[in-house]
Structure formats: C-alpha cells, structure tokens
Design a protein around this ligand. Structure first.
Ligand code: HEM
Ligand code: SF4
Ligand code: SF4
Length: 707
C-alpha cells in the first residue's frame, strides 16, 4: 500500500453537508451567504491555520489537534497548584490580599506556583475555547453528539465561574469589580431581602460570610466540573482526555516559560470607595466586566439567558439532517466483536442472542442514541452484518462491480476511488449514478461518510473486478471527524488490524491512501492524476528533528505570549475620572394598619370558619429620602417597603455624580406619614476627588456613617 499525507494535512474537516450521494461542497469563493456558508468559510480559515502548524509539526505536537486534552491537563495543573496554594492563602477579607501578595514576592517558589495556577487556568479556558470552536466549525454538535455539546457548554460555564470566583479571592481592585458585578446580577433575583450590592459600598460593610461562601464555591465547583467532564467524554470509546508525553511536555513548557518571564501580579488592594483605577485584567475570565460595568442587572441576565439559549439549543437548530444510524442484520452476525471494538462512540453493545442460532450466544446491537452514522463498523464486519442503511455495503459492492465492468467493456481500466465526505474530495463534482467526475478523469468515485467505512474486502474485490488501482482519500492522519476512522483504516489496510487487507491479494502499489483535508482539493486532483499516470505520489517529506524542535519551541513561545498578553490587558473602568456620592440605607417605614369592614357579599365568599367582619392589611409606609448638595436638592424620592407583603425595610442605594471639589452634603430621611417631617438628618462638608466616591450610610441603630 502506498500512503501519502500532505504536510500538515491532519486537520479534520467539517460535517455540515455532503453525505454520500448529496451535492458536493462548494469552495469558499462560491459559498452562499447562509449560516452554513459562513461556518464553512470560518472553518476554512481554521483549517488553513491548522495546516500551517501541521506543515512544520507532526500531529502529536500540533496543539490544535489536542485542544480538549490540553484543556484537561491545564485544569489538572490548576487544581493541583490550587490545592498547594492553600498552604499560604488566607481566606478572609482582611488577609487575602496580603497573603497573595506575599506569595508573589517569592517569584521562584510561591510566586511561581501562583503564576502557574493563574496561567494554567487561562490555558484551560483558551484551549477549551479552541476545542469548542473546532467542534462548532466542524458541525460536531448534531444528532448523537448533542450531549457532548451541551455538557461541553456546561463545562465552559463552570470553568469560567471557577476563574471568576478565583479573582474574587485575591480581594484587590479586580476582585472589587468582580464582586460588584456579581452583586448586580444577584440583586435581580428575588431571593435577597437586602440587596447584595449594599455589601460592597464601604470596606467596613464587606460581608465576610459572603467571602467565605465564594471561597467554598471556588473549591467545590471543580467537583461538579469533574462529574460533568465524565459525562462529556463518557459516550466515547477510548477518550483521549490526557495529552501524550510530547504534548504534555510542550504544555508545561508554555506555562513554565510564561511563569518565569511574566509572573502573575495583583492589582492594588480593594478599596470600595475607589471608583476604578487603571489596572491589568485577564480577558479570559474577566471579559464580562466590560458588560457588568456598563449594563444593568436585568440587561446582564437578558444577555446571559439569550446567548445561553442560543448556544445550548444549537444542536437542534443548526445541525443538518442526521443520517440513519447503523443497523445490524442479526442472522449474519457471528459475534466476532470487531464492530464493538472499533466503534469510536461506544454505540455498539454485545447483547444476548435474539435469534435461534445455537452456534452463537451474543450479537451486536446498535444503541441508536449514541450512533453518529460514521460507518466505521461497516468497515470492520466481514459478514456485512452491520452497516449504514443510507450506504448499504452489499448494494455499493454491486454498484462498484457494475461501474468497473462497464468501464472495462469500453476498454477503460479505471481506478476506484473511495472519497471520505469530509476530505479534500468533498468538493469534487461526482455523478452519484456513474461515479464519474470530470475533475478526476479515469476514476470511479464513491463518496463515503468516513474512510473507516471501506472494508479491506471492498478494496480486494475492486481490484479483482478490474480496477487499475484503488485510491482512498481520508481527512488526514490527525483528528478524524469520527475520531478513529483514519486510524483504523490505515491499520486495516496495512494489515495491522482485523479485518486486515491480505498482502497476497493486493500488491503495495495497487492501493494508495491520501490524507488531504478539505482545503487541498487542487492537490488531490494533481496527485490523483499523477497516480493515473503511474507516478508514485510524492513521498511524505519527513521533518528533521531539529526543525520540529525549533517549530515546537517557536509555537510554545507564541502561545505563551498569547496567554501572557491576553491575561494582562490594560483596563480602565468606565466610571474612572469621575466622582460620586453614594447614599444608602435599609430602614423600616412606619407600620400601617389598613382595616376595612367586609360587605355581606364578600363575607359569603369566605369559608365560614375564616370569616372576620373586619380585614386588616399590615404593611409599612414608604421611607422618604432627600439629598441636598450645596443647598440644592438633587434627590427627593419615596422608597416603598420591600417584601412581597410590603412589610420589610425600604432599601435605598443612590449614586449621584458630583463635581470634583468641596461640597456641602445634607441627607434627610423621613419615615413618618408627615411629608415635611425629617426625623433623621445629617450634614457634612466633603471633599470629592476624581476616581473616588464618598459614601453616606444610615441605619436605625448606628445612625449616619460618612465615608
Ligand atoms: C473545559 C472544557 C472542555 C474539556 C476539558 C473538554 C475535553 C474533551 C475531551 C478530552 C474530549 C475527547 C476527545 C477525543 O477523545 O476525541 C472531548 C470531546 C468532545 N468535546 Fe469537549 N471539552 C470541553 C469543552 C467542550 C465544549 C465547550 C464543547 C462544545 C460546546 C465540546 C465539544 C466536544 C465534542 C462534540 C466532543 C466529541 C468529539 C466527537 O464527537 O468526535 N467540548 N472534549
Ligand atoms: S463485526 Fe459484524 S459479525 Fe462481528 S460482531 Fe459486529 S456485526 Fe457481528
Ligand atoms: S456507524 Fe459509527 S457510531 Fe454508529 S455504530 Fe457504527 S461505528 Fe459506531
């Protein structure tokens, strides 16, 4: 067998269209402006990038092909370093910043660990984003894959929540913005009597219990993460959840380099009266600050709910029609278990025999909800007992025989080509009836969902029926769209895995396998023509060890720089360069008892044992607030009592922009029925400076507090 892979052709193409017999895919230039067309264009860019990396690095060292496993290993590193950091970390509002700062002051010991914790978390989110982007562009979300998509989304959300809460624990200026943003979101939920935001207006008022809750959240969510991660990969056979040694060394290299060159730093300690200072922030986890600092709580929830709904429902509104799952003809099954071993999606079970054949005790059974219709099982079954209803193997054999015999009758000796629908062959114009393509003259072509569908017997028979040679086009030696199709086909055709191609039946030069991704149609046409002209395909050009090392190092430096830069972006709060006055209280208005006598008709509607002639509603009157600055009334409002029955405290949280400079501030609170009565009143002259806020809080017991 001749096998040739284009350099860097490991990329796995998409599944959005062109199943066997369907129309071929267009090139990017002709792509219609539909959502799928846009996806296809984006995927092509991704593939070209993948191809550039693959041109200099073998598949085992191409991070784009192992993004899921790199994300896993990064999460593992983050978890381990997090556990060790607990030795030095102090989980309290008063001590947190100091303890983290002390770690950073020892850059080669605790500082290194702290940086590793930070950057491995960034790498986890970055590589899981690449992994998700790849799954999205390749259309790996429909049909049986919906569960992987949905759990993947949950994993990303949990990962982000772990990081977001982690930033809270440093209790610096970033943490302050995280806390205020989170409080804004929580205050929309009708579960807190007193708004959480009130805990974050003065340093003295910070809720230590809440800080502790966040600490435990940060520690416990990783447990939920591991459960979901298990579900995420549970439907796969042999999931590659850990990187192989070269990729592990590469990942550690990226992270270590970053920790040494660009150690993680803190922002200034949190000071809640500061409006916002310039600082660096981590785009991966803190990007939502751009929104939390600009939108209201309900606006934020609106965005979260709509984008979440779009994301999680994607498998149902964007995926193409799913082909029929594989089917077993029990009478032909000889319980060899090859299909069971080869299915990459754990979709085949060996169950007790259901027919009366006394020779066998078990048979293959397809769990339809797990089957992605790749056809790899068809390529493993000698007795054609399992296969795809949409591409019946027996029918296809007859078809191929017919094509070849017709061609021979016309004096032509064509090559037989099996084209993976996800490979460079996806864009060929093939007449499904005759198997002829003007782009590949001299070939009869059968488009298959995955090269793994091709059983070695199919190759042997095509040659026996007169084919001049057989060409199998796969999507490349890297990550196959169906995970293991390319791998199993290569092994079967090399005689290394059952069902094996028989060397005595097929001479090496009679079978050629080409691994070419979707971006390489022109190369496929050229190579196929050369094969027809009896020229061997250009040999696989091995990369020298030196080139591989240099490329891997360069790529590691590039990824380290990417993480370093994105993790330390400059950020200025939109409220910076302003000053404001915040007035807040939680205060009960006077109790009101509104009683009225019920009419006879109203009483009749009430069960006799509950009838009372006079009905009273207990509630509290609104509390009035007036704020005067330099004698001018800026705020006057009446704040109704909170609670479903209107019997809780009235809660105020007023933010008033104030010009820089010295101002006389008078705050008046009225909790009686007389609108002109202000039993609680205080006044101070305050200095307002840019980037700072002054705060006035009031409660019944302590009275006014000025900050
Ligand atoms: C922290 C986040 C994530 C981690 C650590 C992770 C990890 C993994 C791993 C290790 C695999 C097995 C790969 C293989 O053996 O072929 C996998 C498969 C998969 N992941 Fe993720 N993943 C994450 C997030 C996501 C997200 C966000 C999505 C998409 C929304 C996603 C979609 C998928 C799909 C569709 C598969 C199955 C691949 C297939 O059907 O061929 N994952 N993931
Ligand atoms: S490969 Fe074919 S014969 Fe073997 S267990 Fe599967 S269905 Fe049965
Ligand atoms: S078609 Fe693919 S996923 Fe379905 S049973 Fe066969 S090998 Fe498994």
């Amino acid at each position: 067998m001749k096998s040739a892979h284009g350099q860097g052709d490991h990329a796995e193409p998409a599944t959005l269209d062109a199943m066997p017999g369907e129309a071929p895919q267009e090139t990017l230039a002709c792509e219609p402006a539909t959502p799928r067309g846009v996806l296809r264009g984006l995927e092509r860019i991704f593939l070209l990038f993948d191809r550039a990396v693959g041109a200099v690095l073998p598949g085992s060292l191409n991070p784009l092909l192992h993004s899921g496993a790199i994300a896993m290993i990064s999460i593992f590193i983050a978890t381990m370093t997090g556990i060790v950091l607990l030795i030095w970390y102090r989980p309290s509002v008063a001590m947190a910043w100091q303890s983290v700062e002390a770690m950073s002051l020892a850059p080669y010991t605790t500082g290194f660990l702290r940086s590793l914790h930070r950057y491995s978390s960034d790498a986890a989110l970055m590589f899981s984003s690449i992994h998700a982007l790849r799954a999205f562009l390749e259309g790996r979300f429909g049909g049986a894959r919906w569960l992987a998509w949905v759990t993947g989304g949950v994993l990303m959300a949990l990962l982000w929540a772990i990081g977001w809460s982690g930033y809270w624990l440093v209790w610096d200026m970033r943490a302050q913005l995280v806390a205020v943003g989170t409080a804004k979101l929580m205050d929309v939920l009708p579960i807190f009597g007193d708004p959480v935001s009130r805990s974050f207006i003065t340093d003295e008022g910070v809720n230590s219990l809440l800080f502790f809750v966040v600490f435990f959240f940060h520690m416990l969510v990783p447990l939920a993460f591991s459960v979901i991660a298990w579900i995420h990969i549970n439907r796969l056979s042999r999931p590659r959840y850990l990187t192989e040694r070269p990729m592990t060394v590469w990942t550690l290299g990226v992270l270590f380099l970053l920790c040494i060159v660009y150690p993680a730093t803190n922002a200034e300690p949190a000071r809640l009266t500061a409006i916002g200072s310039e600082m660096t922030m981590d785009w991966w986890y803190l990007m939502p600050l751009f929104l939390t600092e600009r939108l209201s709580g309900s606006g934020l929830w609106g965005i979260a709910v709509v984008s979440g709904a779009l994301f999680f429902s994607l498998p149902w509104w964007l995926s193409r029609r799913q082909p029929e799952p594989a089917h077993v003809t029990v009478s032909r099954c000889n319980e060899c278990t090859r299909c069971f071993d080869d299915c990459p999606y754990a979709a085949i079970e060996m169950i007790s025999r259901t027919d009366d054949n006394p020779k066998y005790t078990s048979e293959a059974f397809v769990v339809e909800s797990k089957c992605v219709s790749c056809g790899i099982c068809a390529g493993s079954c000698d007795t054609v007992a399992i296969g795809l209803p949409d591409l019946d193997s027996v029918e296809q054999r007859r078809r191929i025989e017919g094509w070849l015999q017709d061609a021979l009758a016309q004096g032509e000796a064509p090559h037989m080509g099996f084209i993976c629908a996800e490979s460079a062959g996806a864009g060929l114009d093939v007449d499904p009836v005759t198997g002829i393509s003007a782009q590949l003259p001299g070939y009869r072509l059968l488009r298959v969902p995955c090269a793994g569908w091709v059983h070695p017997l199919m190759v042997e028979r095509a040659l026996r029926w007169g084919a001049a040679g057989v060409l199998i086009v796969t999507c490349g030696p890297g990550e196959c769209l169906y995970r293991e199709g390319t791998l199993w086909t290569g092994k079967r055709m090399a005689g290394e895995r059952e069902p094996a191609l028989r060397a005595e039946k097929v001479a090496p030069e009679e079978l050629t396998m080409l691994g070419l991704d979707r971006t390489r149609k022109a190369e496929l046409i050229e190579r196929a023509a050369a094969l027809r002209a009896d020229q061997r395909p250009s040999p696989h050009i091995g990369r020298s060890l030196g080139l591989r090392l240099v490329s891997a190092t360069f790529l590691a430096a590039a990824f380290a720089a990417l993480i370093g830069v994105t993790s330390n972006r400059g950020y200025a709060s939109p409220d910076a360069k302003q000053s404001e006055l915040v007035v807040s209280f939680s205060h009960p208005g006077a109790t009101e008892e509104n009683c009225r006598t019920l009419s006879e008709a109203e009483l009749a509607e009430i069960p006799p044992h509950m009838r009372k002639p006079v009905q009273c509603d207990r509630g509290r009157s609104a509390v009035r607030l007036a704020v005067l600055i330099d004698g001018t009334e800026i705020v006057r409002k009446s704040i109704p009592a909170a609670g479903i029955w209107g019997d809780s405290n009235s809660v105020a949280l007023e933010r008033i922009p104030v010009e820089e400079g010295r101002h006389d501030v008078r705050v008046m609170i009225g909790d009686t029925a007389d609108l002109n009565e202000w039993p609680h009143l205080d006044e101070q002259v305050l200095d307002f400076t840019l980037d700072d806020r002054r705060v006035v809080v009031f409660d019944r017991i302590s009275g006014f507090g000025w900050y």
